[in-house]
Design a protein around this ligand. Sequence first.
Ligand code: PHE
Length: 440
Amino acid sequence: MEQKSFSSKFGVLMAAAGSAVGLGSIWKFPYVVGENGGGAFILLYIVCTLFFGLPLVMSEFMIGKLSGKSAYGAYRKICGSNRWQWLSWINIMTVLAIMSFYFVVTGGCINYMIEASMDTFAGMDAEALTAHFKMFEGYAPTMVVYAIIAIVLTTSVLWFDVNKGIERLSKILMPLLFVILIVLAFHMMFLDGGITGLRFLFEPDFSKINAKTCLEAMGLSFFTLSVGMGILITYGAYMPEDQDVKSTTIQMILLETMVSLLAGMIIFPAVFAYGFTPSEGPQLAFVTLPAVFQHMFSPTLTSVTFFFLMCIAALTSTISMMEVAVAFIREATSGTKHPLNRHQSVVLTAIILVMTNILCILSMTGNAEWLTVMGKDLFTNLNAVANSFLIPIGALGLSIYSGWFAPSIRYQGSKAESMYYLFILRWVVPIAIVFILLEI
Ligand code: PHE
């Protein structure tokens, strides 16, 4: 008999933290902070996470826990009709859009980890590493192979029931990830110039803050929390009966914020210590850091450890996204003539992902002009559509639904807490998101 829930509270927390902690925290957070002036942006990010992220995460968990279903079945069950079903379609589209490029980057991490272990980067300076990265980025076959490796790894975890696959693996990998992060951050603090990096990270310069940075901080906060796309609804459905949603939410948010900050504490001291600039953009992790590591006392070990860390973070996130797609397919086909079981849904999802990721790669490498829209390749467009449109719409729908239309999932805490929770969901989050959408 298939086990349809996690077996321990710790397992739920590690799986949820595993979803949240991903390339968003370790690859994207540091470069976005670098581009937006450091400390002040971090402050904004934390405010967004605490004020907007927290109630939304809690709502998703509660919708899942109460209904015992993932987004597709949950809205239908709680509403007793399919009036809010569209929200689950937005959710699944968001997750599909993200997965279609996320595996490409995950594959890149796996490739870099293997190359680092073979000492490929030894002696390369920033210029050589840039050329190396461009070569990787420009050659479709290697990228396809690594994206498929990432898909196969994720698929092999999902093959098992959730308590055996996702839960067991997260319980091992997440603590390991924390240990590696702390060791690396500690290592970096003792570099000459490391303190300048920490200053950049923690000293707020408010002159850098404007409407655009606020919006950027909010988008990043939702992306890194994996909120607004139904992922946490699915994990809520797998929670044991006696799990407390409020404390799980707070613990997950704290862990995720700590990891992002630790990633910054690893990256910025290293960048400053060796005279690089913090605003290198997306190539910060793939070019600047390997270049920095070459100057360190054990370049190979540090690079391999760092890319191993990125792989763990990325894979625990891809697992959560793919599980949502699998759960969606199962719920959507149940009750039809051809209900799909877990294994069939996993295989179907994997096939779809291989195809979308190949399209994404072909578009990036200039082999599929027809996928270029508005002068941008598919990777860039999917990323932009997910971040600036699908995630905000998903979060807006979620806040309106749980603030105004779903009394049964309302927060059951003290009166003051629940008034605060409702106020934020009813007014603050929707207004802020509409503001975001109008701004772009
Ligand atoms: N939160 C993950 C990260 O920070 C990304 C993610 C987005 C995971 C959407 C699941 C769903 O990388």
